[in-house]
Design a protein around this ligand. Structure first.
Ligand code: NAD
Length: 437
């Protein structure tokens, strides 16, 4: 099939490359010329394992191309996939401006009957009907097209694997024709498909993310109770997860969720409910719990030191989770902001996310970036582990314990076994477990 993907971010690029990999002829479009120039040279603007190799292969085999031209992307496409960002408005609702602009541009350049325009971006219920109107109003001649909703569930860091091994593909369509085209598009992936209305497909995405966020805030609240009641959250979560009705996933206590999806999508769902005069109190609590959880370690540091003024903090991990360079809504942003507020200075390290964080916090007297974790730790009074990168989980604790200042370790991801910590002699605060001194 001839497929065009609009937006070459984390979702659009991975989708485009994977669809080319299974034999489609894919054109990826972005308005960001710099990104397109890089992509044309086979360089990925995002860090995602395996993406450059797969891109190079499909560029070489002429199944993949990159453009900034809507006429090139639209003129012959059987399917056009919208994967532009839908960030939060200041009130938490989803900002649909990028989507509207993209839809209007598609309308202006559509010349072939029968194209299916698929929204993969996460959008409020009812948006696909708006997409249809935006395209319709921009057409330069009467052309038959259909819209479809096809929310994306990939996770950054394992996006290619998630695309090939997804649990389900959800397709909300207007007609049997749309269902047929999309089922054919996805048939090489051999993944169970659920066909629904446009509205149900749109809701499935928000409901899924809100539910996962709820699981995280729930286990974090249990962790907060464990700390006061001498229970151990790791054992509690394990015991809960062994119940098949609950399941072990998303029961990892820590400093909360971040990233470009959960915070934005939970806020948007609260707004979607508000628009129909329904107060989604459960989700409001989930969001509140997460906000306080993100800076939980600062409270522990204040309790430990009394004051953080003049203290040096090593921040290990800036990305919102391991294996990505994405720092959107990362706990590290809140932790750094709060540490600086209390007069501490920061040495920050992350294997790949430093360039992104530097755009937000340029190097200064208060914040320095280091090229290894050990450099960040060298003269620190306290260490904050914020992302559970494999290399951070493998830190040599005895080496840290031998440092002159013997920094206090605040672990926001429960990276270490308590027995291992005990042997190291470090002072250790984690989430939902006893303090070791
Ligand atoms: P992103 O910010 O990484 O990429 C969006 C891209 O769209 C950018 O490259 C931008 O330049 C481009 N763009 C903006 N306006 C455009 C236009 N008019 N025409 C062409 N290109 C345009 O975003 P993302 O993380 O890939 O997310 C995209 C959508 O997918 C969002 O709705 C998000 O909620 C959803 N989603 C994201 C993830 C994820 O893990 N990142 C997972 C599932 C769903």
């Amino acid at each position: 099939m001839k497929v065009s993907v609009i937006g070459t971010g984390y979702v659009g690029l991975v989708t485009g490359v994977c669809l080319a990999e299974v034999g489609n002829n894919v054109t990826c479009l972005d308005i960001d010329e710099e990104k397109i120039n890089m992509l044309q040279l086979g360089k990925s603007p995002i860090y995602e394992s395996g993406i450059e190799e797969m891109m190079e292969k499909n560029l070489h085999e002429n199944r993949l191309s990159f453009t900034t031209s809507y006429s090139t992307a639209c003129e012959r496409a059987d399917v056009i996939i919208l994967a532009v960002g839908t960030p939060s408005n200041p009130n938490g609702s989803a900002n649909l401006l990028y989507l509207q602009k993209a839809a209007e541009n598609i309308g202006k350049h559509l010349i072939k009957d029968g194209t299916i325009i698929v929204t993969k971006s996460t959008v409020p219920v009812g948006t696909n009907n708006k997409v249809k109107q935006w395209i319709q109003q921009s057409l330069t001649e009467p052309i038959f097209f259909e819209v479809a909703s096809n929310p994306e569930f990939l996770r950054e860091g394992s996006a290619i694997q998630d695309t090939f091994e997804a649990d389900r593909i959800v397709i909300g369509t207007e007609s049997r024709y749309g269902t047929h085209v999309l089922k054919e598009l996805y048939s090489p992936f051999q993944i169970p498909t659920l066909q629904t209305s446009l509205e149900s497909a749109e809701m499935i995405k928000y409901a899924s993310n809100a539910f996962l966020a709820t699981k995280i805030s729930f286990i974090n609240e249990i962790a907060n109770l464990c700390e006061k009641l001498d229970a151990d959250i790791e054992d509690v979560a394990k015991g809960m997860g062994m119940d098949q009705r609950i399941g072990p996933q998303f029961l990892k206590a820590g400093i909360g969720y971040g990233g470009s999806c959960f915070p934005k999508d939970t806020n948007a769902l609260v707004q979607i409910a508000g628009d129909i005069e329904h107060r989604f109190e459960l989700l409001e609590s989930v969001i509140r719990v997460n906000s306080s959880q993100q800076i939980k370690l600062i409270g522990k540091a204040l309790d430990h030191f009394g004051s953080l003024k003049g203290k040096k903090a090593a921040i290990l991990g800036l990305a919102f989770k391991p294996n990505t360079d994405d720092i959107r809504e990362s706990a590290a942003i809140e932790v750094i902001k709060t540490l600086l507020h209390y007069g501490a200075t920061v040495n920050a390290y992350d294997p790949v996310a430093i360039p992104n964080m530097k755009r937000l916090y340029p190097e200064s007297a208060e914040i320095q970036y280091t090229s290894t974790a050990y450099e960040a730790i060298a003269n620190a009074d306290m260490i904050f582990i914020l992302t559970d990168w494999e290399e951070i989980k493998e830190l040599n604790l005895p080496t840290i314990a031998e440092l002159e200042k013997k920094p206090v370790l605040f672990d926001g991801r429960n990276c270490f076994d308590l027995r291992t910590i005990q042997k190291s002699g470090l002072t250790y605060h984690s989430i939902g477990r006893q303090i070791l001194t």
